[in-house]
Design a protein around this ligand. Sequence first.
Ligand code: 13P
Length: 251
Amino acid sequence: RKPIIAGNWKMYKTRDEVLSFVYAVNEKMPSNDLVDSVICSPALYLRDLVKRQGSNLRIGAQNVHFAEEGAYTGEIAPKMLVDAGVKYVIIGHSERRAMFNETDESVNKKIHAAFNHGITPILCVGEMLEHRENNQTETVIKEQIVKDLEGLTAEQVTELVIAYEPIWAIGTGKTATPEVADETCGFIRETVKELYGDVVSEAIRIQYGGSVKVNNIKELMAKPNIDGALIGGASLEADNFIYFVEAAIQE
Ligand code: 13P
């Protein structure tokens, strides 16, 4: 599986900072295409980034509406992302589930909408600390996967990227140990296998996300079930981003 490194910028950066980042990254980006590199920026900067992306950088959004168009003040339709040249979209991030009322039902609709427009979804799943402490991690994640993937074809699930992001590890500095991250990514792969069979589960790319830093990326990437990372805070610096891409190539 080809590794995929994605930066989730969340609600950070001004336009000047976005432009400095992309110029710096273009200069230092490895010229081979052994890894897929993606920046998921605030919607306002998507076109700025697409216009300037080097040949090995792709741009993603952090959210999309599921409707074709309509009276949805403040929302962005999938065809608008296509217009902007966006190739990926993060769907169902835990911050959106917790703060913006996203449910497995809306997540599922958004995944279908993205695929209908040729955009690759990066689906986020993950458990809360209390789930992990009460041994409910697998139950919670399986329920998310089953509901979020409902109605997708095998071809679509093969293309899909799943990001395993334990909520207790996001922005907290508490990374899941590589063993725990790998075990849970392996469980996600098993669940995909039950639903779609061997070939799809061996092909789907599963990222780990949650306090990924330059000092832990290599041990995470070395794990068999981890095919990449979805990185928040540490992806805001161009040098870090390049480091993550290079680490993914090496492992
Ligand atoms: P941090 O890397 O800042 O913990 O954020 C992880 C995340 O939520 C990526 O989507």
